[in-house]
Design a protein around this ligand. Structure first.
Ligand code: ATP
Ligand code: MG
Ligand code: FE
Length: 342
């Protein structure tokens, strides 16, 4: 069966087609980053309006690339939440309007489940059960995953998410939004011995995180620095930031692997694209003898493929997941724990 996926929870419009038997058929993404860059972050109203402009041309594109007509779509999955209310409403109304017109059933998807299952789109997908590290712009969570919809939260950030810490620290260094890739790039040429930043909650003996203090530590260095930071100073500070953040995440993941007794660690979310984090996790995995899985780079940040794929997995596991219910509602705040197992 062919599932169309529609993602619009933040500043990316993503559409994709997934075949429940053969996998991803096509996907298309429009990122609004350039539009939001001049404001230093996502402007919700601008995001909603742009989703309206992009959704239908992207639909045409994925149909063309998959060489199918829209009548061949069997079900439509869309991001119901969490995310920006207006942005979610655009995707939900496009998806449900299409479903109503075509007489096809709908599968509302939790955005974080989309991220969580995105590594299963890779050529060598991990098998259940596994420990999942979700590191995105809005979340940092460690979970035990037994199957679709069976997610037990082990720990999460008590304040800023890892991606948020990247973005805020990058802003302090005068780098453009989104700061994750930018700070990671300059950190490559940073000297790790110049600054040492705190490793928050490294020894807290639980699976929680806290990153707001790390951002404040970056701010303190910037403020106390006589005159402007040179490019090399910025690189050194970026390196100290990345080293501290990676140390904490790697330690918590290793400890979750040890406690769970599981052998597979699966990464998801935008920060999962980070080179230094991947190197740190790979080194720990080799030493502690567990395997680590990542999504393809293009599926770390928001995309339609992960939503279509989550829809396809749900549909395959239980066809009753898809229902001809077009009276959509969105859930801007929606704890993952409320999802029902199938
Ligand atoms: P959520 O899914 O929690 O609602 P989101 O959808 O905004 O949040 P993602 O799209 O998964 O989050 O990821 C975006 C975040 O990932 C941004 O904070 C961005 O800075 C960060 N990011 C992207 N690439 C990298 C990278 N190479 N290194 C570090 N951070 C990165
Ligand atoms: Mg985004
Ligand atoms: Fe996301």
């Amino acid at each position: 069966m062919i599932v169309l996926g529609v993602e619009s929870s933040c500043d990316e419009t993503g559409l994709a087609l997934v075949d429940t038997e053969t996998g991803l058929l096509s996907h298309a993404l429009y990122s609004q980053i350039a539009m939001h860059q001049e404001y230093g972050g996502v402007v919700p109203e601008l995001a909603s309006r742009d989703h309206i402009r992009r959704a239908l041309p992207l639909l045409e594109q994925v149909l063309r690339e998959a060489k199918i007509d829209k009548s061949a779509i069997d079900a439509i999955a869309y991001t119901q939440g969490p995310g920006l209310a207006g942005a979610l409403l655009v995707g939900a109304s496009v998806a449900c309007g299409l479903g109503l017109a075509l007489g096809k059933p709908m599968i509302p998807i939790h955005h974080l489940e989309g991220h969580l299952l995105s590594p299963l789109l890779a050529s060598k997908p991990p098998k259940f059960p596994f420990i999942s590290l979700l590191v995105s712009g809005g979340h940092t969570q460690l979970m035990r995953v037994e199957g679709i919809g069976q997610y037990t939260l082990l720990g999460e950030t008590l304040d800023d998410a890892a991606g948020e810490a990247f973005d805020k620290s990058a802003k302090l260094l005068g780098l453009s939004y989104p700061g994750g890739p930018a700070i990671s790039r300059i950190a490559e040429s940073g000297d790790p011995s110049v600054y040492t930043l705190p490793r928050p909650m490294l020894h807290s003996k639980d699976f929680n995180f806290s990153f707001s203090g790390l951002k404040t530590a970056v701010l303190t260095v910037v403020k106390n620095h006589p005159g402007e930071l040179s490019e090399q100073d910025k690189a050194n500070l970026a390196r100290a930031f990345v080293d501290a953040l990676v140390d904490v995440i790697v330690a918590k993941c290793s400890s979750a692997m040890r406690h769970s007794g599981l052998k597979r660690l699966v990464i998801a979310g935008g920060v999962g694209a980070n080179t230094q984090l991947r190197a740190g996790l790979n080194a720990a995995a080799a030493k502690k003898r567990f395997e680590v899985y990542y999504p393809e780079l293009e599926f770390c940040t928001d995309n339609g493929a992960m939503i279509a794929f989550a829809g396809a997995m749900r549909l395959k596991a239980d066809p009753a997941q898809a229902q001809c219910d077009y009276a959509f509602n969105v859930r801007p705040k929606w704890p993952l724990a409320e999802l029902k197992a199938i």
